[in-house]
Structures are given as structure tokens and as C-alpha cells.
Design a protein around this ligand. Structure first.
Ligand SMILES: Nc1nc2c(ncn2[C@@H]2O[C@H](COP(=O)(O)OP(=O)(O)OP(=O)(O)O)[C@@H](O)[C@H]2O)c(=O)[nH]1
Ligand SMILES: [Mg+2]
Length: 301
């Protein structure tokens, strides 16, 4: 295959502590929702790939779980996913939250990045909630420890700085052949996407330990012509949590199902029947075998 002269293609990871807006930035840059988002930390659990197609190249973005101090095996897995995404990429975007400022968790991330060889661009995110002076002072704090290729105030909400961020990253990409075809935005299997959408609604609708104790597995997706039938299991860690997810007279489960179904119908462009079951998988976040069954495992390096 002949690539046009000057065609560039490369990989970029979003790295940062939980809740700074990594997934939101990815979605905003792509103009397409590929990663779920919530106002609670530790929403993303896997590496999410999204391809930004540009006139003379492509940037393959990897969204990652927020780096934090792991408490369970699930969290160890999440942090490992993020750390692995620092390898074999052409640039890293360190995402920070300008409103909240730098926390101990940001220090953990920044420390990790001191060992990274590729260029690092900082997205001073949530600039819509604060001002440029604050962003500048955060940049200065980071640059005391870490060499940055650039630091760009961004907002995943207003779109500010996103063009500049993409342009800067594209400058850093190597020449090469495209990795993905023009029409491909993500590599996520359909079952995974549907499960994530359901999990997002659980993050939105439930509180405290519930979102964290929940995993979703889509068992079956059947396209029956004018309707898509989806069967999914919601796993929790104990009976009391099952009661909460189902809710009084089944109201909570109904709400989760309704919100997920509405979004799935927009994606499929047709009617969706969503069958949800809630099951207990004792302490699944602590057990290697359960994590594996739920799809949270990494190949050995
Ligand atoms: N105002 C404002 N809110 C933002 C911006 N970016 C993200 N948010 C909000 O911040 C919260 C966290 O966003 P996420 O994209 O889920 O953050 P994340 O870094 O992917 O979080 P984890 O997956 O938990 O690591 C959500 O409520 C977003 O709507 C932004 O630029 N401005
Ligand atoms: Mg995320």
C-alpha cells in the first residue's frame, strides 16, 4: 500500500488520576462517545482505544483508568492497565484538573511519568471552571518535576484547547502507515460497549460502594430485524448490594435498564429489549478467578 507523502500515524495515551476528565477528553476529541464518563472517580477500568482521523494521518488515543493507590485486585488491575499504556506510545497526555489542582494522586502519576521516554503534553483540563492564572501555576508546579513538551488549557465541555492539543500531538507523531481503516473509531467489541453503557448508568444512579462493587457482562446480543435483544448480568459482591441495585419494587433496576436502553436505541437506531439480571459474585473484586471471568485480566508480558 502506498502512503501519501508525509502521512503520520501514532499512539497517544491519556494518563492521570481518577476523575480529571481523560475519558471526556477522548470523547470530545473524537466527537463520538467511545468511553463512559461519570462524576465519580475510577469509572474507567480498561484501556479504551479511539482513533482520530486527520487529513494526513491518524492519532490512536488510549484512554486509561485513573492511577491511584489500589485497594483491591480490581484496582491493581486498573493501575496496571494504565502503566502498560505508557509503553510503546509516541506521546503521553498528562491530564490534570485545574479546578481541583494537584493532589497526592497526581504526584503518583507525575512520579511515574519521570521515567517515560516519549514526549509528554499536559492537558490543563476543566479550564472552564477556573482561570488561566491557576492553570499556569499548576503547569509551573508540574514543570518543577517533569519536562513537558507543552501545556495546554483544555475543556472537554466547551471544547476549548482541543484543536490545539490535537495539533500539538500530531506534530509529535511519526511518519508511517495507517493502523486502522478510515471508518474505524474504536476496537471495542459490541458486547463490551453495551456492558459499559449499562455500567455507566449504574455509576450515575447509585452511590457509595455500589458503583465500585458492580461489574456488567453482556451475555447475548441478538438482532431480530426491527428489534435488538440484549441479555446482561449485573454482578455485585453481596446480597445487600443486590437489594439496592434492584431497589424497592424493582425501581432502581428499572431505571438503570431504561437509561441504558435509551442510549442503546440511539446507537442501534432501532428498538432495544434489554433484559437485566442481578447476581451476587462474592467479593469478586478481590479474587483473581472472578476478575478473569468478568473480563478484567491482562496478558502476561
Ligand atoms: N466542567 C468540566 N467538567 C469536566 C471536564 N472534563 C471532564 N469533566 C467532568 O469530570 C468528571 C470526570 O470525567 P471523566 O471523563 O469520567 O474522568 P476520567 O479522568 O476519565 O475518570 P476515571 O475514568 O475515573 O479515571 C465528569 O463529571 C465529567 O463530566 C471539563 O473540561 N470541564
Ligand atoms: Mg475515565
Amino acid at each position: 500500500m502506498e502512503t501519501p507523502k508525509g502521512y503520520k500515524a501514532g499512539f497517544v495515551s491519556f494518563i492521570g488520576r481518577p476523575n480529571v476528565g481523560k475519558s471526556s477528553l477522548l470523547n470530545a476529541i473524537l466527537g463520538h462517545k467511545v468511553a463512559i464518563v461519570s462524576d465519580k472517580p475510577q469509572t474507567t477500568r480498561n484501556r479504551i482505544l479511539g482513533v482520530k482521523h486527520l487529513e494526513n494521518g491518524q492519532i490512536i488515543f488510549l484512554d486509561t483508568p485513573g492511577i491511584h493507590k489500589p485497594q483491591h485486585k480490581l484496582n491493581e488491575y486498573m493501575v496496571e492497565v494504565a502503566v502498560r499504556a505508557l509503553k510503546d506510545v509516541d506521546a503521553v497526555v498528562l491530564v490534570v484538573d485545574c479546578k481541583e489542582g494537584l493532589t497526592e494522586e497526581d504526584d503518583l502519576v507525575i512520579e511515574r511519568l519521570t521515567e517515560v521516554k516519549c514526549p509528554i503534553v499536559c492537558a490543563l483540563n476543566k479550564i472552564d471552571l477556573t482561570n488561566l492564572e491557576r492553570a499556569e501555576s499548576i503547569r509551573e508546579q508540574i514543570e518543577q518535576v517533569l519536562k513537558l513538551e507543552a501545556a495546554i488549557p483544555t475543556s472537554a465541555v466547551t471544547g476549548e484547547g482541543l484543536r490545539e492539543l490535537v495539533d500539538k500531538l500530531f506534530e509529535l507523531m511519526p511518519e508511517g502507515y495507517p493502523f486502522y481503516p478510515e471508518d474505524m473509531i474504536t476496537d471495542q467489541p459490541e458486547h463490551f460497549m453495551a456492558a459499559e453503557i449499562i455500567r455507566e448508568k449504574i455509576f450515575h444512579l447509585t452511590r457509595q460502594e455500589i458503583p465500585y462493587s458492580t461489574a456488567v457482562v453482556v451475555e447475548d446480543i441478538k438482532d431480530k430485524g426491527d428489534v435488538v435483544v440484549i441479555d446482561a448480568y449485573i454482578f455485585v459482591e453481596k446480597d445487600s448490594q443486590k437489594g439496592i441495585v434492584i431497589g424497592k419494587e424493582g425501581r432502581m433496576l428499572k431505571k438503570i435498564g431504561q437509561f441504558a436502553r435509551e442510549e442503546l436505541e440511539r446507537i442501534y437506531g432501532k428498538k432495544v429489549y434489554l433484559n437485566l439480571w442481578v447476581k451476587v459474585k462474592e467479593k469478586w473484586r478481590r479474587k483473581e478467578g472472578s476478575l478473569r471471568e468478568l473480563g478484567y485480566y491482562l496478558k502476561k508480558e
